[in-house]
Design a protein. Structure first.
Lengths: 372, 492
């Protein structure tokens, strides 16, 4: 029995969904918690059921139920008739089911790229990073006995015997001779193993509230998604700082709340140390991101930062991104200082001001739009 | 005919189940079982049980949901059977033997129902072929006019696929009759004496009435359609300015819609009947004594009713058993109905033994609405602990409103009438004398969902290609919603 070709319909459905996600991308980007990460490479996105509209009744006013209970008792938790086992279609009130859509990070990144028109990143140091790898993919006429391919060898022998008329179907004995022997062989391929590391730095001084952190969290999710789609192996490191900086894990990064002042240079120094000890710039694509509300302690410290950026970081990294998140205390000077310092523009520096959740999309474009 | 794809032990089982079914008097088409893995089952279920359907994303969506449901362990499809001759049914290859037994017996129940219930008598029993024909026709149109064009036209058609007349197949013959001869319009009173005629029929009154009748006739001629029309799809096929391929696609969708109507009309009966027989066949003929506990477990799974829910399997089987019991004991007729003594009524037993015959009669001639209307009794309601529930606006929770059997019955009938869908007719196809389409929703207490109404009207306008309107009631007031060039508005 030939089966109906569902693949085509399934693909169409997925396309429609992707179209919808693209349409509503801004909404999804602004609400980070709508997208749930599932496993390593997939995300799940809630979406209103795509319905074919029909004339139907409005309010869900109630129904008929079965079971114990007296007048006035509460029914179920939502009163929605539930389906039992079997092919039941109990209940005639349509509920507002949400559709859970699964996408791979790769697919999500593609949608993001198409919508924001992000250029593909040109990884640096392709030539340097190549690795040689042997893969057994071919077949050869000579080789060591340990790589004999029995199936192929006997097939060749059978071919030869049939061709020469020595094959006897009554007594199908096949004896390969030396000419029939086949061996597995390898090909050496060169692999470009572009490694990348993202170093997230965040100001956790008293002025960065929960809302600001939420913005940072959402934005870094999308940055992660995009960079992951561009590099094979990617590492992420997290640094928080107030007047001193320290490295933390992801969870702490988003949940810590310190009070006190801000010395941005502390974070940059730690970042420098990290690069020096662990990420030799000739082998790694390095992406430092720094989020802050822009209130630095002193002009002196800002100068130290500039010095670090210009003389140490810029020559070694792919792109330095600074995002200034507006807090309820207003936003600080640091962005302006940076803009003035690098007036002529520096191709390794991306600056962005994120006023609120709606600003995230624009900011992602500013950061990643350069294709570095 | 045999289910050749089955392993020998299941073939033997099928023979056993079949002979038991025949012994009990079930009358089935030949049944062909196909053994499928879960992915194939999901594919076929997505296509409504048919192996070939026209290309449309909606089947992909259903497949997506079914696959996820299965993979996450939330649901699986036990059985599927389609109304064709021979009858095709599907078995899931990962099901344990006891489940296959239950499914087979259940399928024979359905099959008997398909063959004998009057509402299925007009369905196309070669629908597998017909669906495949539709598929290739739609594909041909897609090749010619483009996939997107055809698929979005199908979207539009599906939006109105429910707007058909379920009784139409039974009226076909009547419809083709010639219209009755026009009655001669005698508006005169018959005068008992000739001389009274001028008194009883004054000249000016007669003249006035004559012109009134003329006027009315003229209006009737103008009214189009002459009678409000329920088969809105047919109306569009005949009268909307569609291209040939569009009319063909619409007619295919209409045909498929009619095919599925009886299934919607008899959900409770059909599942009840099949459950009644799987239980009977298994417990009395096919089960080994070691399998009873497993069977009871599976059966209870099928019958389970969530709080606030209604399970057609459960309701159906119980009502059939209730009827069987009543006719066995003679609990019907005038004597029984007029008896006031509850104790006497409860112990009523005339030992008639007519139950089995009665339920066979019932399965032949009823649908869910008449089934409930005729056999839903006070005793049954009490026994089954049925109630109605409503949203309590104060607590925002659903609460049991009433356990009175009349209320429960009324609510049920309301939910079942027209498949729980609004009743809508074409009222006037030359509305405002501008070729606009006026629909009328026959309001029975429940308002339309305005958002859906808007989207559906918008689709309908794409078919009719002129503005469309619907007259309905909302919060007690008559309202007319319109879509004019894609813009939704409420007509003042």
């Amino acid at each position: 029995m030939s089966l109906y070709n569902i693949q085509r319909d399934h693909a169409r459905f997925k396309n429609i969904i992707k179209g919808k996600i693209k349409q509503d991308l801004k909404k999804y980007i602004s609400n980070g918690d709508m997208i749930v990460k599932k496993g390593k490479d997939t995300v799940s996105i809630p979406m209103p059921q795509i319905d074919i509209p029909r004339f139907k009744f409005g309010s869900n006013e109630g129904g008929v139920g079965q079971g114990d209970g007296d007048v006035g008792d509460e029914v179920g938790s939502d009163g929605q008739p539930q389906e039992g086992d079997g092919q039941g279609e109990a209940g005639n009130q349509p509920g507002d089911h949400a559709l859970e859509v699964d996408l791979t990070l790769q697919e999500l990144a593609e949608i993001l790229a198409e919508e924001l028109e992000l250029p593909k990143i040109e990884a640096k140091g392709k030539e340097i990073l190549e690795k040689q790898k042997d893969r057994y993919t071919g077949i050869a006429h000579q080789g060591p006995n340990s790589l004999r391919n029995f199936r192929r060898s006997f097939r060749e022998a059978l071919k030869r015997q049939i061709a020469t008329g020595t094959y006897d179907s009554e007594n199908p004995v096949i004896v390969p001779i030396r000419k029939d022997m086949r061996y597995r062989s390898w090909k050496t391929t060169e692999e470009f193993d572009a490694n990348a590391v993202i170093i997230y730095m965040m100001d956790v001084s008293g002025s960065m509230g929960d809302e600001q952190k939420e913005i940072v969290r959402t934005e870094s999710f999308w940055i992660d998604t995009w960079l992951r789609s561009q590099y094979k192996g990617i590492e992420t490191r997290y640094i928080i700082h107030d007047t001193i900086a320290k490295e933390v894990d992801e969870k702490t990064f988003y949940s810590t709340r310190e009070s006190g002042g801000t010395l941005i240079s502390s974070a940059y120094k730690l970042c420098q140390k990290m690069i020096e000890t662990e990420y030799p710039p000739d082998q790694w694509n390095i992406y430092p991101f720094h989020f802050s509300d822009g209130d630095n302690w002193s002009g002196e410290d800002t100068k130290v930062c500039f010095d670090l950026l210009e003389n140490y970081l810029f020559p070694r990294i792919n792109m330095f991104c600074y995002g200034q998140v507006e807090s309820r205390y207003g936003s600080g000077q640091f962005l302006k200082d940076l803009q003035e310092q690098f007036k002529d523009g520096n191709e390794k520096l991306a600056l962005s001001k994120i006023e609120n959740k709606e600003g995230i999309m624009k900011s992602i474009k500013e950061f990643l739009g350069k294709g570095k | 005919m045999n289910s050749t794809g089955l392993p020998p032990e299941l073939q033997a089982l099928q023979a056993k189940v079949k002979s038991a079914a025949e012994e009990f008097g079930l009358e089935c088409f030949d049944v062909i079982f196909e053994m499928l893995d879960y992915d194939q089952v999901n594919q076929i279920a997505a296509g409504g049980g048919f192996p070939k359907r026209y290309p449309h994303w909606r089947f992909g969506m259903q497949y997506d949901q079914l696959s996820k449901g299965y993979e996450w362990g939330m649901q699986k499809i036990y059985e599927m059977v389609i109304n064709t001759d021979p009858c095709y049914a599907y078995l899931l290859n990962s099901n344990p033997y006891i489940d296959q037994k239950l499914v087979m017996a259940h399928v024979y129940g359905h099959c008997d129902f398909f063959k004998n219930n009057i509402w299925f008598s007009k369905t196309n029993r070669k629908m597998i072929d017909q669906m495949a024909n539709h598929a290739s026709r739609v594909k041909r149109y897609m090749d010619k006019h483009g996939e997107d064009v055809v698929e979005s036209f199908i979207d539009v058609c599906l939006s109105v696929e429910d707007l058909i007349d379920p009784y139409m197949p039974f009226r076909m013959e009547q419809k083709e009759k010639k219209p009755e001869e026009e009655k001669t319009d005698t508006i005169k009173f018959q005068a008992p004496r000739n001389y009274l005629d001028t008194f009883m029929n004054p000249k000016e009154v007669i003249e006035k009435e004559k012109t009134a009748i003329k006027e009315q006739k003229k209006q009737e001629k103008q009214a189009f359609p002459a009678q409000p029309e329920r088969d809105i799809l047919l109306f569009h096929i005949e009268h909307a300015p569609l291209e040939d391929w569009q009319a063909d696609v619409l007619s295919m969708i209409r045909e498929e819609s009619y095919y599925f109507v009886p299934q919607r009309m008899t959900k409770i009966m059909n599942e009840g009947w099949a459950s009644y027989w799987h239980s009977k066949i298994l417990t009395e003929r096919v089960l080994h004594s070691s399998e009873f506990i497993d069977f009871a477990d599976r059966h209870a799974g099928v019958m389970v009713t969530q709080p606030g829910g209604m399970n057609p399997y459960k309701l159906g089987i119980e009502l059939f058993r209730h009827i069987e019991d009543r006719w066995n004991k003679g609990k019907f007729g005038k004597d029984y109905d007029t008896c006031d003594d509850m104790v006497q009524k409860k112990n009523w037993d005339k030992k008639l033994g007519l139950g089995r015959n009665k339920i066979f009669d019932v399965r032949r001639s009823h649908n869910d609405v008449t089934f409930i209307d005729e056999f839903f009794t006070e005793e049954f309601c009490e026994e089954q602990k049925l109630y109605t529930y409503d949203l309590n606006p104060r607590t925002k929770k659903y609460e049991i409103k009433s356990k009175d059997w009349k209320e429960v019955k009324e609510r049920m009938l309301n939910m079942l009438t027209n498949g729980g869908q609004p009743l809508i007719r074409v009222q006037n196809a030359n509305f405002k004398n501008r070729g606009e389409l006026l629909l009328k929703h026959e309001h029975h207490g429940q308002d339309l969902d305005v958002r859906y109404c808007q989207a559906t009207l918008t689709n309908l306008e794409k078919l009719w290609k002129r503005p469309v309107h619907i007259e309905t009631e909302s919060e007690g007031a008559i309202k007319t919603y319109s879509v004019v060039n894609g813009e939704f508005s409420e007509m003042k």
